[in-house]
Design a binder for this molecule. Structure first.
Ligand code: DX5
Ligand code: ZN
Length: 242
């Protein structure tokens, strides 16, 4: 077993059958439930608010990894804490002062996450790294499921690993958008530990199989990184033909 955690994204579930989908996710071995909150302002799409999150919480024992894609996270911290979030992640690009939002979330029994959009350099979050529990590096433009993974975000993941070691920080590194059994390979090799996946988990009706496919691919990726010699192609010694 490695330390990779799979966080299926609830926006890809069937909301007409949510109770059943959440039960199937638990049974399939999901580690967390990723919950995307969009306000139609910070991102062009709208999902749902704290009341629905509270309902979701009543239907599952999975920890809720709440990802706020909203302009004013501070306004809703208490609501999402009350709704049962185990983690509240907000964006550095939001309109609130990050350090204030961080201390507000941390003042409750709730883990703090900070996220960066693809166009934002990682240096934007550097001053806050000692105060957070999770760093979410977006691998698509936030707003919609089903987009293409941006492999060019991997240097940010590597940088986050380096800064964590240098500063002896505690955050885990999460990636979100376009993750599947192929794209998870560069993501975990760069150092991502929490993998959000919507489309790729739910497109197979057998959720156990899709989560297992992500686990298998991550195990392969970590093995390949730890044992490069196994994958090196050596030149064959030339055999002279008689
Ligand atoms: C995008 C959301 C993601 C999304 C991922 O704005 O933050 O969590 O659900 O979905 P897939 O895995 O379909 O890219
Ligand atoms: Zn998300």
């Amino acid at each position: 077993m490695n330390n990779i955690r799979i966080a299926p994204s609830v926006i890809s579930a069937d909301f007409g059958n949510l109770k059943e989908d959440l039960r199937r996710l638990e049974e399939a071995g999901a580690d967390l439930l990723h919950v995307d909150i969009m306000d139609g302002h910070f991102v062009p799409n709208i999902t749902f608010g704290p009341d629905i999150v509270k309902r979701i919480k009543s239907l599952t024992s999975l920890p809720l990894d709440v990802h706020l894609m909203i302009s004013h996270p501070r306004k809703y911290v208490v609501k999402f804490v009350e709704a049962g979030a185990s983690n509240i992640t907000f964006h550095i690009e939001s309109e609130d002062t990050p350090s204030t939002a961080i201390s507000e979330i941390a003042s409750f029994d709730c883990r703090v996450g900070l996220s960066v959009k693809p166009a934002t350099p990682l240096s934007a979050v550097r001053d806050h790294l000692s105060q957070i529990d999770r760093l979410l590096i977006m691998t698509v433009e936030p707003g919609f499921g089903g987009q293409t993974f941006m492999a060019n975000m991997m240097p940010k993941v590597e940088q986050a690993v380096e800064w964590r070691a240098e500063g002896k920080y505690d955050y885990d590194i999460e990636v979100d958008g376009g993750l599947d059994p192929y794209t998870i390979v560069p993501a975990v090799q760069a150092g991502a530990e929490v993998i959000v996946a919507g489309t790729s988990v739910f497109k197979n009706p057998d959720l156990k199989e899709s989560i297992q496919a992500l686990r298998d691919a991550s195990a392969y990726a970590l093995y390949q990184k730890a044992h490069p010699e196994v994958y090196e192609t050596k030149e064959e010694p030339r055999v002279e033909r008689i």
